[in-house]
Design a protein around this ligand. Structure first.
Ligand code: AMP
Ligand code: MG
Length: 417
């Protein structure tokens, strides 16, 4: 172990291995449900969506101008006079065939009439008397013409199961006339906080007491992960109370998430209770914050016993609970977005644990992404977490990092922001 590294780090499980173990064991919850298109925003598709129609359904113009026969236009850049034989507007096609020497006034989105194979944009056309224009060649066959099925061809699979539907998918499904989709049921997640010192909002605080904040942070993260929260309140630090709460939670939810009482103090009962009622798969992880973190199972429910410190609870939830819930909700790709940014200030770190520090992203004058670590990195500094917009991910083996170095960052994106 390098000098100055974390004491006792040798028996800790590495984060990527712990994540792999958690995710590999997950099977999505069932059964799938049918929802209307608007309601499908943010839901995870349970079946493939296959297009029954092509988009666009017809050849159409991408510009305002004149539909022409490209062979009519001189290849040498000279002008030609054409008869305007009709008009094709979006939703009001021209019925006839465009004859040699003729053209049809056409507007964006309108059907390109039979006989025509190109559009000359109106900026390149001059009027030449009633129903006549002069157009300059050449016109490449297919110019400004969108082909049927160039966006979606009938029979195409436009969305795969396991995909979380965003605004563009709603539009895409509407474009092929689909108004209902089959999505995964939202996982149900029971949450409670443990701690004799914790009081709810509105309750007066006696000496030594604090407000329970973790349940609210978790409510946000669990909801953003696409799951439903079953809020079981605050549970005191008594074995019987923790036991009853874990048993009740596991019987009523797909996953149970608790905070506090998971370490080795006299009042830390969570791990022993879960070992008794179910099993703890692992509980010591080589990460900071969040070394004590019990992951296991009680009955059919996954179990996550998170540390009590507010930042530790939030970070461990985002690293383990959020991807697990997304997978439980049927989502295939649950890896966080990771990019690189240049440090504007040095960071302190001891080798031995992977560390998630909080930071703020911005762009330097040269356009590079930079990250400024929060000045306080203690695991109780919830205000600093709320000001941050990314996690700085420092690998297990690395020590202090100098200003100017490039580091991995996970922007909060839609999860926290
Ligand atoms: P524990 O993990 O139970 O030892 O708690 C570690 C620290 O986090 C203690 O200072 C607790 O008071 C604090 N803490 C635990 N649970 C919560 C909570 N739900 N909200 C705010 N602080 C908490
Ligand atoms: Mg406690």
């Amino acid at each position: 172990m390098p000098a100055g590294s974390d004491a006792g780090a040798a028996d800790l499980l590495e984060v990527h291995e712990a994540r792999r173990r958690v995710l590999d064991a997950i099977r999505p919850v069932g059964p799938a449900v049918c929802v209307g298109l608007r309601e499908a925003l943010g839901r995870v598709l349970a079946v493939p969506v296959v297009a029954g129609v092509s988009v666009p359904p017809h050849r159409c113009s991408s510009m305002d101008g004149y539909a022409v026969r490209s062979a009519d236009l001189p290849a040498d850049g000279l002008e030609v006079e054409l008869i305007v034989a009709g008009r094709s507007a979006a939703g009001a096609p021209h019925a006839g065939v465009v004859a040699p020497g003729a053209c049809v006034r056409i507007l964006t989105g309108a059907v390109v009439p039979e006989g025509a194979d190109a559009v000359v944009i109106q900026e390149e056309v001059r009027p030449a008397g009633p129903d006549r224009i002069r157009a300059r060649g050449p016109a490449a066959p297919g110019a400004y013409v969108r082909l049927p099925g160039s966006d979606v061809a009938a029979g195409d699979t436009v969305a795969e199961p396991g995909h979380r539907l965003g605004p563009a998918h709603l539009g895409l499904l509407a474009s092929i006339g689909i108004g209902e989709v089959k999505v995964h049921r939202r996982p149900r997640v029971a949450c409670f906080s443990t701690g004799d010192e914790l009081r709810g909002i509105g309750e007066p605080l006696a000496p030594g007491q604090i407000h329970d904040s973790n349940r609210y942070t978790l409510h946000g993260l669990v909801t953003r992960a696409g799951a439903e929260v079953l809020d079981l309140g605050v549970v005191p630090d008594r074995v019987d109370a923790v036991r009853a709460a874990v048993a009740h939670a596991a019987a009523h939810a797909d996953a149970v998430v608790t905070t506090g009482g998971v370490s080795v103090g006299d009042t830390d009962h969570v791990k022993a209770v879960v070992e008794d009622l179910g099993r703890v798969d692992f509980w010591r992880i080589a990460m900071k914050p969040g070394k004590p973190l019990a992951v296991g199972r009680v009955g059919e429910a996954m179990f996550f016993g998170l540390p009590g410190n507010p930042v530790s609870a939030a970070v461990t939830a985002s690293v383990f609970v959020v991807p697990a819930l997304r997978r439980l909700g049927g989502e295939r790709s649950v890896d966080p977005v990771v990019t690189r940014a240049r440090l504007t200030a040095p960071v302190r770190k001891q080798p031995g644990r992977l560390e998630y520090q909080r930071g703020v992203l911005s762009a330097a004058a040269d356009g590079a992404l930079t990250v400024t670590p929060m000045t306080g990195q203690d695991s109780h500094l919830l205000a600093a977490l709320a000001r941050a917009d990314c996690l700085i991910v420092l690998p297990l083996d690395c020590g202090d990092v100098a200003a100017g170095a490039w580091v991995a960052v996970q922007p909060f994106c839609g999860l926290w922001g």
